[in-house]
Structure formats: C-alpha cells, structure tokens
Design a protein around this ligand. Structure first.
Ligand SMILES: Nc1ncnc2c1ncn2[C@@H]1O[C@H](COP(=O)(O)OP(=O)(O)OP(=O)(O)O)[C@@H](O)[C@H]1O
Length: 580
C-alpha cells in the first residue's frame, strides 16, 4: 500500500512538498509559544517581569499563533484536496476497469462487495493518503522537534526517563496493529455481505411481500446485522482497551516528568518555568503518540482496503480481450464443431454446434428451456471464455481475434432480462446511439411498436421510468429495450427471447417491422413462440446443447420432429385464444 501511495505522492510532488514543508514549519512554530510560557513563568517566579516584556511576549505569542493558523490551514487544505483528487482518480480508474469485465467476473464478485470496494475501500485509501500523510509529517516533525528541544534546552535525563512509558506504548501499538489487520478485514467483509443483502432485499421486496416472507427476511437481516455488530464489537473492544492502556502510559510519563522535574527544581537544576514547559512538551509528545496510534489504525485499514482494490485491479475474467483486428461488416458467422463449458462447470452446455449464418439472413433459434439457446448468444457476444473445442468464426476469422469494441458496435442486443435506467424514455432509447438522427429515433420507436404507448405517457418521451419515475409494464420495458437496439441500425440484431411479455399480435407487428427495414442485415431471433421465426431463412432446434433439427420453417414442419409438435400445439392454442 505504501508503495502505491508513494507513487501517487511522486506524481504530485509540488503539492506534497509544499504541504510537507508547511506541516513541518507549523509543528516547529508550536515550540515558540511554549518557550514564551517558560519565560513568562520564570519572570513571575523571579519577580522580574516588566511591562515591555509582557507586551513583547504577547505580540510574539499572537503572531506565532496567526502563522501557525495560516501554515496549518494551507497544508491541511492542500493535503485533503489531494486526498479527494486521489479518491476521484482511483474511483474513475476502477470504474473504467469494471466496465471492461465480462460475465464471469460479475458472477465472482457480488454487487454489495463491489459497492463496498468502490466506496468504503476507496475512501479508506483516501484517508490514508490525506489524514495518514498529515499524521506522519505533522506528528513526526513535532515528535522529533519536541524531543530535541526537551533534550537540548531543558534536561536530557528528565526527557529520557519520562519517555520510557511512551516507548513501551509504541511497541504495544505496533504489535496490536498486527492483530487489528485480520479483524478489520473480517469486519469489512461482513459489511460488504450486508450491503449485498440490502441490495437483494430492495430488488426483491415485491416478491417478498407477495410470499408473506417479510418477517422471515427481517429475521435473516437482523441476524446479518448482528454478525456485523459482533465483528465491529471485537474492534471496539480492542480499541477501547487500547485507549485505556494509552491513558495509563501517558499518565505514567507525565508523573515521571513531574517527579523527576520537581526533584531537579529542588536541586536548582531546572527552573519552574522550565518544569511547566517540560510538562507542556510532554503533553505534545503524548499527543503525537496518540497520533501514531491512530496512524497504525489508518494504516491497517488502508492495507485491507488496498488488498481489496488490488484484487479488483488484478482480477481476470478469463475472457481473452487481446483481439485487435478491426471489423466493420459481418459477412458470415460460423460455428464449427463448437463445444462450450461454463468456467465453473464440468459438463458442456453447447456440444458440437455447426451452422453458418450469412449476411442478410434471419436465423431462428428455438428449443426447450435450459437447452443452451442463450448460452450460444452469449458466446457470440463474447461474454465468456472461448469454447473448449471447435471454432466460432466471423468472416472466416476466429471471433477472439477481433477488437471487442469494434465488434460490439456492430451488434444490437435485446436481452431476456430488460435493464433500463432510471431516466427518461428518450434517454433509455438514445443510449443505443446518441448520434442517431431524429428520423432514426422515430423509426426505432415505430419498429418497436411503442408509438401509442408514448402518446399515453404524461410527459411523452420525457417521462421518467424506473425507480424515480413511473412504473412501466414488462411488455413496455421490452419494447423500450427493443427500440434501444433498433436505433443503432445494427449489422447484427440479436433478440434473445425479448418479446415474451408482449401479446402475439404486437409481436407479429414488431417482427413485420423488423423484416421490412432490415434488408441485407443479419438477425438472430431466440424465441419460444414459433410464429416469431416463421419468416426465418433458417431455424435451429436446440436440445440439451446440441442442434437436433435445422432447416427452413417448411422443412422443419415436414420433418415432423420437435418443431412440428410445438408448431401444432401453438397453432391450437392460438385458435382457442381467438375463439374465446
Ligand atoms: N453463468 C452460468 N454458469 C453456469 N451454468 C449456466 C450459466 N448460465 C446458464 N447456465 C446453464 O446452462 C444451461 C443452458 O442455459 P441457457 O440459459 O443457455 O438456456 P436457454 O435455452 O436459453 O433457456 P431459456 O429458454 O429458459 O432461456 C442451463 O442448464 C443453465 O443452468
């Protein structure tokens, strides 16, 4: 951690050098008022304090305090400003880094954990480089300055004797710090788990209510908070005990100083003024030792947070991102004896997949639930590592060779679970392509059959949706999501069971619109409703990760296999539905 912080300090030398010099100056300036106090007390005791001296002392005292204020304020502002800058830079860097990760990473790191890393841990690193730096420089220079002044100007024997308890305390702090490390980590991990729980509860609150599980969830949550409290209490215990030990040692140091100082005053080897100043100096030394104790805590917490951030920085999502080839058109997609197993699994989910999809064609993918349809799409989107056997080619080149960003720009993907942002309808659609012309924007809404819905919304396209806005239906969400993909006018459009929540008539209208505007462009439609792929050039029926039937809709009907049976069932259902 220290190395990482040092790298940052080195990047901003001017700020830190100025802050460091000012911190040292302000610490040393603190010695002047003490010296004035010493002269003042001695003047009173020796009865030779004259008015001019008093005015002079007062002036020096006042001016020094003003300088202390100015230097301290300047370097504290500089240091904490840098700390904020450091946090902002680190957070931006980590966020950019997070965006590069693919699905396996997010399966490993849960949302609550990531939130804790992006907030508390980065804050802690900021504290280490701000408050930690302040403690090291200011308290360090004060400690050295006070020690030297005590030794050289008052009494080296009294100084050495009275700092013995402080040195012992220093050793205790050091060893306790080691003990605190693990406990800080445990406590922090429990908070991360709790954050995750809160997210899940907020997300699933409606289901929880519907199933009458409010009480149960409350109990579970309470158990988790008790666990957090338990771990935090361990720290409170150690910190509490530690503070009392600190008090004991600092009291001992002052007592030794008083006793030995009193003895020296009795032997006229120390003036009363020096004894008073000596006690004030001891107070400073005690303060700096407290500061060092705090520094140990900041260092230990910072170390834990650094480990957590470093884990994110060095995490690998196992997806090869090294591809550099540019791509601006997808002429053909080819799965060649392709096998795929999820990283944490042993059994292949896709087995021996073979097919070619040419530019301008529409491919339908159907099959039982859990058969591997979405997995095939995820492989096209490169969300997981490459398949273990066979090849996935685009324009006859392995897909992994292409620059991911270039590839992503060609694809419009409408996923099964519709993720919309808590912003306006317009913002959500424009998210697909902020540079789209008004005409393309209007066309995307038309294609998604969302025009009527917009008219019904109180603020039209500016209507806020999501958490802070109006709740929209599942079918409306799907169509906003569809418009977001359409506004890209993508080379390759992928609909992954993305019209399941709209009625058959609307689905037909949308599919018709897509057919009409996507000449020469490629479309993949994964669906459970066969009417959505009735126009497809080719259809794959997937069962247990393998293609069991393939062909045009007519060929599959003639085949009399799974497709035919499903077709019959869905036809009967549709007729019954129309008769109701
Ligand atoms: N991230 C994952 N890690 C491990 N296994 C997974 C993962 N995602 C899906 N699976 C498994 O892979 C298999 C295929 O899932 P997939 O989502 O591809 O099916 P599907 O045909 O799209 O199903 P549905 O029609 O219900 O959407 C399932 O057994 C599923 O449990």
């Amino acid at each position: 951690m220290i190395l990482a912080l040092w790298q940052y300090i080195k990047k901003n030398p001017v700020h830190y050098v100025i802050a460091g010099v000012l911190a040292i100056i302000s610490s040393l300036l603190y010695l002047i008022p003490n010296y004035i106090i010493q002269l003042f007390v001695d003047g009173i005791v020796e009865n030779n304090l004259i008015k001019e001296d008093m005015i002079r002392y007062f002036m020096i005292f006042g001016i020094t305090m003003i300088f202390i204020y100015l230097t301290e304020a300047t370097w504290v502002i500089l240091t904490f400003g840098q700390s904020m800058k450091y946090q902002t830079e680190l957070r931006t860097k980590m966020f950019r880094h997070l965006l590069t990760f693919r699905a396996p990473f997010f399966e490993r790191f849960r949302s609550g954990d990531l939130m804790t890393r992006m907030t508390t841990d980065i804050d802690m690193m900021g504290t280490a480089i701000g408050y930690g730096f302040m403690l090291v420089v200011a308290d360090g220079s004060l400690l050295i300055g006070v020690f030297l002044i005590m030794v050289t100007t008052i009494s080296w024997q009294a100084t050495l004797l009275s700092i013995i308890p402080l040195v012992i305390f220093g050793f205790i702090i050091y060893h306790l710090g080691m003990e605190l490390d693990k406990r800080y980590e445990n406590s922090r991990d429990e908070v991360a788990k709790l954050s995750n729980e809160v997210l899940e509860v907020v997300d699933g609150v409606r289901v929880m209510r519907a199933y009458g599980k409010k009480q149960l969830e409350q109990k579970r949550f309470q158990e988790k908070t008790h666990k957090v409290m338990g771990k935090a209490n361990e720290l409170v215990w150690i910190n509490g005990a530690f503070r009392q030990v600190a008090r004991l040692f600092s009291g001992l140091s002052i007592a030794i100083g008083l006793l030995y100082g009193g003895y020296l005053v009795g032997k006229t080897q120390m003036t009363i003024g020096e004894l008073v100043t000596f006690q004030i100096y001891l107070g400073f030394l005690n303060g700096t030792i407290w500061g060092m104790a705090e520094l140990v805590g900041i260092y230990q917490q910072g170390k834990v947070s650094y480990r957590k951030i470093n884990e994110l920085e060095t995490a690998d999502d196992l997806v090869d991102k090294q591809g550099i080839l540019p791509i601006d058109q997808i002429e053909a997609i080819q799965f060649d004896q392709y096998h795929f197993t999820y990283p944490e699994d042993k059994q292949a989910v896709l087995k021996d997949i073979n097919f070619t999809l040419k530019r301008g064609e529409t491919l339908g993918i159907v099959g039982k639930t859990g058969s591997g349809k979405s997995t095939l799409i995820k492989q096209l989107l490169r969300q997981y590592p490459n398949g273990q056997k066979g090849q996935l080619l685009m324009n006859n080149v392995a897909i992994s060779q292409y620059d991911m960003n270039a590839l992503e720009k060609l694809i419009g993907y409408v996923p099964q679970e519709h993720i919309l942002f808590s912003k306006s309808v317009k913002h959500n659609i424009e998210f697909g392509n902020a540079d789209a012309t008004e005409e393309t924007f209007a066309q995307s809404i038309r294609t998604a059959d969302f025009e009527k819905d917009v008219l019904r919304m109180s603020e039209g396209l500016d209507t806020l949706i999501g958490e802070k806005g109006v709740a929209i239906s599942g079918g409306q969400k799907q169509r906003v999501s569809m418009a977001r993909a359409m506004i890209r006018e993508p080379e390759l459009l992928i609909l992954d069971d993305s019209l399941s929540a709209v009625d058959a008539k609307t689905e037909q209208a949308i599919i018709g619109n897509i057919q009409q505007i996507r000449h020469n462009k490629t479309t993949i439609i994964v669906t459970h409703r066969l009417s959505a792929v009735a126009h497809a050039d080719n259809i794959l029926v997937i069962e247990d990760g393998t293609v069991v039937e393939a062909g045009t809709p007519d060929q599959l009907i003639n085949n009399k296999g799974w497709y035919y049976q499903q077709y019959q069932k869905q036809q009967t259902m549709e007729v019954n539905h129309e008769n109701i």
